[in-house]
Design a protein. Sequence first.
Length: 211
Amino acid sequence: MNIVLLGAPGAGKGTQASMIEERFHLVHISTGDIFRANIKGSTPIGKVAKSYIDAGKLVPDEVTCDIVKDRLAADDVKSGYMLDGFPRNLFQAAELDRFAHIDLCINIDVDVSLLLDRICGRRVCSCGESYHVSTLNGATACKKCGGTLYQRDDDNPETVGKRLDTYFNETAPLVEYYKNQGKLFTVKSGKQPPEEVFAVIAAELERRSGK
């Protein structure tokens, strides 16, 4: 099964992706991770992306699509994957449909009032795990790999506000896009623990996969 994970910054996509990956063995593909891997490896696509980033410009949609297309050609995704951070707009969604088949879009819907607290209180690990200060009890190490947790530079009120504006202007229309395709599944994620949100998602994935 091939899935698009949709949700505003702070909705919990990374947390849910980690649990989905472990339970259903789908490869978690984060657009940010792909960019970093290509730039670090100095691949042709990575060099193009780096030229825009170094110039302080956004990477064009066409380059982003090429990077994702290249990643989806790898053997490890043949049995299914989750896209996290892509597509970000209607153009990218239409391009994705040209080179891949998406079975389901999981939309994690969170009230805007909760997002700011979630993001500014977030602590992450280089392995991809994400936590919130309210549940860490002062811990500074990742429970998964033992790495040191840190706060991302862009997890501050001003930057978060801009990211939310961008999401609702550019990415939110994808909800209707996938709804029209009959592929949308929305789960409300308010103050429920991540495990409860995952239980709803898991039930839907099991239903669709016939397990």
